[in-house]
Write a protein that binds this ligand. Structure first.
Ligand code: DX5
Length: 231
């Protein structure tokens, strides 16, 4: 069982964002997720390309852009140019999802699609074969620190079985309310990448032990999981 933790900087200390990324890098993760919010697609505003431009030279981590913006096509190019390696758009945020995925790939980036809790996995049937990541939202997008929505568990299973059935090499990533209790549920359902914001950055004993505990809870075993494999 491969398990990867993707810290979300949404819960990081923004007065020292570079250091906050470097400490999760030191903890052995392979990526960090940056939540881009426009105040229109979601009722919150965060940051745009400047966050990627600032962090890019400070880390070797994969910078994963989670675009909670509409239409994403207006932002993909600037986010890619600023240093994102992976760009995830929301299925609900554009009528031209296929074109948005083509645009991400034309820029040499990995493409992912996120599904809100009310959006069926079947909406991806026509593009699933193009994707490197399916992101199943386990909260409604817009804020960190929210409660995990258990009704999303069957969808994780559906996505995993669709990928297996079609022999597709695509990560199943989950995002929202992932902590030491819920991570076992999503791992069992077939997720292999877990976005975690508050359970990592709000941990009283620091991001390293928090990440290690999450991995342990996901795999039910020691720290020999792949998330620490390239330390
Ligand atoms: C919601 C955000 C959050 C964040 C993770 O739009 O995408 O899900 O990344 O937040 P936590 O881990 O604190 O729920």
């Amino acid at each position: 069982m491969r398990v990867k933790i993707a810290p979300s900087i949404l819960s990081a200390d923004f007065t020292q964002l570079g250091q906050q990324v470097q400490i999760v890098e030191a903890a052995g993760v392979d990526r960090v997720q940056l939540d881009v919010m426009d105040g229109r697609y979601v009722p919150n505003i965060t940051f745009g390309p400047i966050a990627f431009r600032s962090l890019r030279p400070l880390t070797k981590l994969t910078l994963e852009a989670h675009l909670m913006v509409t239409p994403p096509e207006d932002f993909i190019e600037a986010i890619a140019a600023a240093g994102a390696d992976t760009i995830i758009v929301h299925q609900e945020s554009t009528p031209h999802l296929h074109r948005a995925i083509q645009q991400i790939h034309s820029l040499g980036k990995k493409a992912g699609v996120a599904l809100n809790p009310s959006t069926p996995a079947s909406t991806l049937s026509e593009v699933l074969g193009l994707l490197q990541i399916v992101l199943v939202m386990t909260v409604n997008p817009g804020f960190g620190g929210q409660k995990f929505i258990r009704e999303t568990l069957p969808k994780i299973r559906q996505v995993r079985s669709a990928l297996t059935e079609r022999g597709l090499d695509c990560e199943v990533e989950v995002d929202g309310g992932i902590n030491e209790e819920t991570i076992g549920w999503v791992a069992e359902a077939g997720a292999d990448v877990m976005v975690a914001g508050s359970s990592v950055y709000d941990a009283p004993d620091g991001v390293g032990p928090a990440i290690a505990r999450l991995v342990q809870c996901a795999t039910g075993r020691g720290l020999k999981s792949s998330v620490l494999s390239h330390q």
